[in-house]
Design a protein around this ligand. Structure first.
Ligand SMILES: Cc1ncc(COP(=O)(O)O)c(C=O)c1O
Length: 403
């Protein structure tokens, strides 16, 4: 697939217009299915590049889960004004598969204890060169060494959360936080024969938290300032042990401006900003342009005010609650029923537009998260500006399921 992220913004500028385009282009397909509006996807990719201000973007595969889309983002390459370079994978088994398919720069975003995958890494020279493992403790080194992969390229995950007294704002992942702790692990890794090539900071409390209130914005600002000081000190400390670092990775879709502003950062990560699911609707830094949707068909009319659709219960991960449920977007004026929500096989909708829905009519939804929708389908329909459809497999469609 050719990359076209420099294309101008799509002619369809509203979600209604985008979905109308998708609806017309996919009318021959039976639902349920997922579809992506390519002009919007390309405009989102270009917007991520703009927001990263020249810092290369590593695409987060977990937020995509379809190789054709990863390749589309990466295809334009890197220019002086920035662009996409490399993949952040979520599973080592996935990373090995991507390398088999031609990927040459894969950073694991998370540690692994998959012994068989590590043994495969150890025995594959291409993979050893292309894949950088993520570690945050000596036990990770033990597991990697036991699988025979001593010498592997390593990146240290440094906790980027904000601590205010006993309050922890951010994800619970790495125990590494201080420059000393990072330098100590780097020293141990180097003395055991590993190649420490990078450090990563994922500031989830900035990147993954919508700007829902003034208080949230204040916390984000405080966090960015604390992290920028600490990140520099960690980079200096690790550099003094292992020499210049190839990778200083930071951020996610919601933090590209702040993360790329730190001169210590060599690359940022983004994935969700390509599809723009509902959890990314309320950020001040960018205007959400949803590119990915799924379609369901009305199969029953239990009352004149309710239409019931086939399938649809694609609930997103994270703290269970309303924000993780899919949102009906077209026709406008539909809502889920409080008692049933989006169901395993049946999803009733009500609201103004429901009474006009007939058996066989199509309803379009957005998912709350980006890549997870691809786990529900074997393929996704990519619709171009002229309405032409290219159907590409998801990871699942290629027989791959990495968890
Ligand atoms: C390590 C890491 N980096 C970056 C990201 C950002 O990904 P996205 O742009 O899809 O929000 C995530 C998301 O969870 C992550 O876990």
């Amino acid at each position: 697939m050719s990359a076209t992220i420099d294309r101008p913004a799509p002619a369809e500028t509203t979600t209604e217009a985008v979905v109308a385009r998708l609806d017309a282009a996919t009318s021959a397909f039976d639902a349920p299915f997922a579809a992506v509006h390519l002009p919007t996807l390309d405009a989102n990719a270009a917007d991520l590049v703009r927001r990263a201000s020249g810092t290369p973007i590593r695409v987060a595969s977990k937020s995509v889960r379809a190789r054709a889309v990863l390749e589309r983002a990466l295809g334009a390459g890197l220019t002086e004004s920035g662009g996409f370079r490399g993949i952040m994978a979520y599973s080592l088994r996935e990373a090995l598969w991507l390398v088999e398919k031609g990927a040459r720069d894969v950073l694991m975003g998370y540690p692994t204890v998959d012994r068989a995958a590590l043994a495969d890494l150890a025995s594959d020279a291409d993979a050893r060169q292309a894949i950088t493992l993520m570690v945050d403790c000596a036990e990770h080194l033990d597991v990697i060494a036991a699988a025979g992969a001593t010498g592997a390229r390593l990146c240290l995950d440094v906790d980027a959360s904000l601590r205010i007294g006993p309050v922890h704002l951010g994800v619970r992942r790495s125990p590494l936080r201080t420059p000393d702790a990072a330098a100590t692990l780097a020293r141990v890794a180097a003395s055991r024969g590993f190649a420490v090539v990078g450090v990563m900071f994922y500031e989830a409390q900035i990147a993954g938290l919508p700007d829902s209130s003034a208080a949230v914005r204040l916390v984000k600002k405080a966090s960015a300032s604390e992290l920028s000081t600490r990140r520099g000190a960690v980079v200096d400390a690790v550099t003094s042990v292992v020499g210049r670092l190839e990778i200083v990775n930071s951020g996610g879709t919601g933090s590209l401006e702040v993360s790329s502003a730190d001169p210590a950062v060599t690359e940022v990560t983004a994935g969700s900003g390509l599809f723009v699911p509902t959890l990314f609707d309320r950020y001040r830094a960018f205007t959400p342009r949803p590119a990915m949707f799924f379609a369901l068909d009305a199969v029953r009319r239990p009352t004149p005010k309710i239409a019931t659709l086939f399938s649809g219960g694609y609930i997103a991960s994270g703290p269970a609650g309303a924000s993780r449920v899919p949102t009906p977007v077209w026709p406008a004026g539909l809502k889920l029923l409080r008692n049933e929500g989006a169901g395993e096989v049946q999803t009733p909708v009500t609201g103004l537009a429901a009474s006009a829905l007939r058996i066989g009519d199509r309803v379009w939804f957005r998912h709350a998260k980006a890549g997870e929708l691809c786990e529900r389908f074997t393929a996704v329909h990519l619709v171009d500006a002229g309405g032409a459809v290219t159907t590409v497999p998801t990871y699942r469609g290629e027989g791959q399921c990495f968890g």
